[in-house]
Design a binder for this molecule. Structure first.
Ligand code: GH3
Ligand code: MG
Length: 308
């Protein structure tokens, strides 16, 4: 298996130091080189995994680059290892205050440099993985309830600013307890996975905004989408789930014969659409979609509510 090499942005203006750095690091990492702060700011858009930053650049000082990284939400998780020519603690303290994770002094010591780079790359990889896992449902790979809470706030604020409706589909499997009871939990799990991927496929262009809310309940958040279009998507999802028969291993009946090779699954869908305004709580959208899902269940399941 091939592992992608981590990319390090090296910001260093001294040719001798740069050569030494490259000598130590180039076999293990992909290096992106900037010899001044302007280039460094540009190259940050390539999202390096770590930045090795000389604090004393010729044109201006490295603190400018450090501050830029800390002020940008998209960059601030990138670990910055500062390089200083001396052990002047004032500058080192200032670098830590501005978000550096550690420092190294020149001339470079290969073992110290490699160890620090490895440690912070490893830590940053693990932190990113934890962050993703905390927001992902492990059974389906969809975003989870925690991510939904964050996204609802963000998307609501975006629609308040842009002015527009935000719609939601609340989707729940029908009579799912029966599937677990009859076929067992593993088949129930596979059924949830099937419904999750069907919803994700149908709502492809909103893929980031499909959530497993818990159990057999899913939600699709549709910012900027009006009611009629949301309702049509709900109907597409309902039809798609209903028209697929899930294959399961043959099950032995009471008389020892083999029966049942497919499960017919259906879902009920509640649709809601709300114009996002500042003084309304975004949870109103969820409450309405939930109430409509209840209506769909009451109306006999395998349907979308409201009708129109
Ligand atoms: P309704 O049509 O009213 O929704 O009936 P239902 O039987 O689907 O009832 P409900 O939605 O309340 O039941 C959800 C069931 O989903 C209960 C629980 O045992 C099951 N469940 C929840 N999470 C999982 C899971 O991760 N895997 C499996 N296999 N079952 C789950
Ligand atoms: Mg259910």
């Amino acid at each position: 298996m091939m592992f992608e090499r981590s990319r390090i942005l090296v910001v260093e203006d001294e040719p001798t130091s740069l050569r030494r750095l490259a000598e130590i690091l180039r076999h293990q990492y992909e290096l992106i080189i900037a010899t001044n702060s302007a280039d460094a700011l540009k190259l940050l858009s390539e999202k390096p995994d770590l930045v090795l930053l000389d604090l004393y650049l010729g044109d201006t000082n490295g603190f400018e680059v450090l501050n830029h990284i800390q002020d940008d939400a998209e960059l601030q998780d990138i670990p910055v290892l500062c390089v200083t020519g001396s052990t002047d603690t004032k500058d080192i303290e200032e670098a830590f205050r501005n978000g550096a994770v550690d420092y190294i002094t020149k001339p470079y010591n290969a073992i110290i440099l490699q160890s620090k780079v490895n440690t912070f790359l490893d830590l940053s990889r693990k932190t990113a993985l934890l962050k993703t896992q905390a927001l992902t449902d492990s059974l389906t790979g969809l975003s989870n309830r925690r991510q939904f809470d964050l996204q609802l706030q963000q998307q609501w604020q975006r629609m308040v600013a842009e002015g527009g409706a935000i719609s939601a589909l609340m989707i729940d499997l029908d009579d799912f307890k029966g599937v677990n009871d009859y076929f067992g939990h593993p088949v129930g799990d596979a059924t949830i996975q099937f419904v999750a991927s069907t919803i994700a496929q149908c709502a492809d262009q909103f893929a980031d905004l499909v959530f497993r809310m818990g159990g057999d309940e899913f939600l699709v958040l549709l910012p900027g989408i009006a009611f009629a279009e949301a309702q049509a998507l709900g109907e597409t999802i309902r039809t798609q789930v209903a028209s697929t028969s899930l294959e399961v291993l043959p099950k032995t009946d009471e008389k020892g014969g083999l029966r049942i090779t497919g499960i017919d699954i259906t879902v009920s869908v509640g649709v809601a659409s709300v114009v996002a305004v500042e003084d309304v709580a975004p949870t109103l959208l969820v409450e309405r979609a939930d109430a409509e899902l209840y209506n769909a269940k009451e109306a006999g399941r395998n349907c979308v509510r409201p009708l129109s």
